[in-house]
Design a protein around this ligand. Structure first.
Ligand SMILES: O=P(O)(O)O[C@@H]1[C@@H](OP(=O)(O)O)[C@H](OP(=O)(O)O)[C@H](O)[C@H](OP(=O)(O)O)[C@H]1OP(=O)(O)O
Ligand SMILES: Nc1ncnc2c1ncn2[C@@H]1O[C@H](COP(=O)(O)OP(=O)(O)O)[C@@H](O)[C@H]1O
Ligand SMILES: [Mg+2]
Ligand SMILES: [Mg+2]
Length: 312
């Protein structure tokens, strides 16, 4: 069996967590040679590649990739950097979710995004009321830039104007939706998708809202004793997954809209309306290694890509 060379360009931390010996072995047994790309060595000296997967965003890397792709148009680049970059801003990230037309099978479900607005300078926030922005407290403040840094993952629950003013850096203020403490993560690799459940922020009661002030970074949310305590595990265990047809359709529709193959989508289910789902986050090339049978999940995707290059 001829082997296909698939190059990967990833941060060392990601190589460690993702390119596990079990993945290398499984891929090899199925005819795929996973080859590490050294970003500081010219790409042209490291080929040939049937396919390149990557999660690096430096200008130098993007330039190399562009030049390589022009010279070797048959190498499939998973995925185009200019499309990946839409996920690096929390406003453009969710644009693809608007006006998703679901099929008849799923027509009883609504898939939306929470209301949100960008606030460039929270410190000089001068709106008369949060309602003017089409929002109401509590909101969740997320750094506008989703650029893989620790800061970009530091979120805040915000309960009032003082809370908004306490924030630094451009933020997105997003409606907080009670959802029963469970987030669904739909992982997509080309035509393959899988949904897993994870613990999320607990619901915030009306009584709580009367007593909590300001803003609270996420790491401290459980200190508020919002319903996020020890029972978290069983809440997750007991939650019902979204219907499989909805998962598959959402994965397919977003893959087409985004023009991307490797991503995951964080989805919550409105606690007041079980037919209303909200997409809250989309991540490029997430932690696939956390999935059950991730070796076969990912290798099957690579096999599809390699197969397509042969038939073209
Ligand atoms: O490292 P992991 O396995 O936790 O994966 C992270 C993802 O976790 P998830 O698979 O959704 O549970 C994580 O997803 P969340 O934003 O936490 O929902 C991100 O995709 C993160 O990448 P980045 O820091 O945004 O570039 C991912 O980090 P990298 O693996 O890309 O560093
Ligand atoms: N609009 C929202 N309503 C309720 N909970 C939310 C909302 N947005 C985010 N969360 C909670 O915050 C967590 C992190 O938010 P997310 O947007 O996924 O940021 P990150 O990119 O850092 O993962 C989610 O997994 C969920 O628990
Ligand atoms: Mg997330
Ligand atoms: Mg994210």
């Amino acid at each position: 069996m001829a082997t296909a060379r698939v190059g990967y360009a990833l941060e060392p931390k990601k190589v460690q967590s993702f390119i596990q010996p079990s993945l290398i072995d499984y891929a090899k047994q199925h005819g795929i040679d996973l080859v590490q790309i050294e970003p500081t060595t010219p790409l042209s000296q490291q080929g040939p590649f049937q396919c390149i997967i990557h999660k690096l965003h430096t200008q130098n890397w993007k330039k190399q990739l562009h030049e390589f792709s022009n010279k070797h148009p048959n190498t499939v680049i998973i995925d185009p950097p200019e499309l990946v970059s839409r996920l690096h801003n929390r406003l453009t990230m969710l644009e693809s979710v608007t006006h998703l037309n679901l099929s008849i099978e799923n027509e009883n479900f609504n898939v939306e995004t929470p209301k949100q607005v960008a606030v460039k300078e929270p410190k000089s926030f001068d709106f008369g009321s949060i309602e003017e922005l089409g929002l109401k407290f509590p909101v969740i403040a997320k750094p506008l830039e989703a650029n893989s840094t620790v800061d970009s993952h530091t979120l805040f629950l915000v309960f009032d104007f003082d809370g908004v003013k306490s924030l630094n850096n451009p933020m997105v203020l997003q409606e907080f939706v009670n959802h029963g403490g469970v987030v669904f993560k739909i992982y997509v690799a080309g035509q393959h998708s899988i949904c897993v459940k994870r613990k999320s922020l607990g619901d915030i009661s009306e009584e709580k809202l009367e007593t909590v002030k300001g803003s609270v970074p996420f790491s401290q949310v459980s200190n508020l004793s919002v319903q996020n305590g020890e029972e978290g595990g069983s809440v997750v265990d007991e939650a019902e997954l979204p219907p499989q047809s909805l998962i598959v359709e959402l994965a397919r529709a977003l893959r087409e809209r985004l023009g991307l193959n490797l991503f995951n989508v964080d989805v919550i289910r409105d606690g007041k309306n079980p037919r209303r789902y909200l997409v809250i986050d989309i991540n490029y090339f997430p932690g696939f290694a956390k999935l059950p049978s991730f070796e076969s999940f990912f290798t099957n995707f690579l096999l599809d890509v390699v197969q397509q290059t042969k038939t073209n």
